[in-house]
Design a protein around this ligand. Structure first.
Ligand SMILES: CC(C)(COP(=O)(O)OP(=O)(O)OC[C@H]1O[C@@H](n2cnc3c(N)ncnc32)[C@H](O)[C@@H]1OP(=O)(O)O)[C@@H](O)C(=O)NCCC(=O)NCCS
Length: 192
């Protein structure tokens, strides 16, 4: 499971100005993955509209990159003002060739750390009732599952932040920033 992540793939936060990468990633999802991600059929326009607003103040995105291309995203959305709320929701998308290789698990782990460090107590995730993989993923992290009109709601309780959890996120962010800068530099060189 970790091989793919260490073998050319990496996970980092998406920064302001990377909404276009998120849009292209969601548009690349195959039909079934797109349906599962949004809990129903959505148009390309709907995706464009979603990504325009996704990187706002009430959300944080983690991305899975392979050779500089975004192949998976975890979207964490705070349910209320970011530094006051104790609840958030998360949604995940991994392009099909990269599914079942541990990417979703790694994205959820990073998302949980970020939520925890923002004082979030409960993380909600919703998926279709036939989405066994998402349910398995939530169960791995001890989420409680409840069934609700064709959907499954997964709820995770997050522990309180500690100096160590804050430090872990800071280290991750330092690496993320360095990698994002290297990516941007190599794109500029290629374009030139
Ligand atoms: C759901 C999704 C995010 C999971 O990500 P992933 O990278 O495929 O998941 P992982 O490889 O980390 O697997 C998570 C767990 O799911 C289970 N799993 C993996 N492949 C599975 C499969 N084909 N069928 C059923 N369960 C499976 C396993 O228990 C696995 O954990 P383990 O390998 O440690 O035992 C991803 O498949 C996806 O993007 N699907 C389309 C969009 C979607 O469904 N989003 C969720 C709604 S928001």
């Amino acid at each position: 499971m970790d091989e793919l992540l260490t073998d050319g793939g990496l996970i980092r936060k998406l920064w302001v100005g990377e909404a276009d990468k998120y849009r292209e990633h969601l548009l690349r999802l195959d039909q079934e993955s797109r349906r599962r991600r949004f809990g129903g059929t959505v148009s390309d326009d709907c995706i464009r509209n979603h990504t325009e607003h996704a990187a706002g103040l009430d959300a944080m995105l983690h991305g899975f990159f392979v050779d500089g291309v975004l192949r998976g995203v975890a979207e964490l959305r705070f349910l209320g003002p970011r530094y006051l709320t104790r609840e958030a929701e998360a949604a995940f998308s991994v392009e099909s060739p990269w599914q079942s290789h541990g990417v979703g698990s790694a994205l959820l782990e990073r998302t949980l750390l970020t939520a925890r460090n923002r004082g979030v107590k409960f993380l909600h995730m919703a998926c279709l009732a036939d989405n066994k993989r998402m349910q398995q993923l939530a169960r791995k992290f001890d989420a409680e599952l409840s069934f609700d009109f064709g959907n499954v709601v997964c709820e995770l309780e997050t522990p309180r932040p500690t100096p160590m959890s804050l430090m872990r996120e800071m280290v991750n962010d330092g690496q993320s920033l360095a990698t994002a800068m290297l990516d941007a530099q190599s794109h500029t060189l290629k374009a030139g």
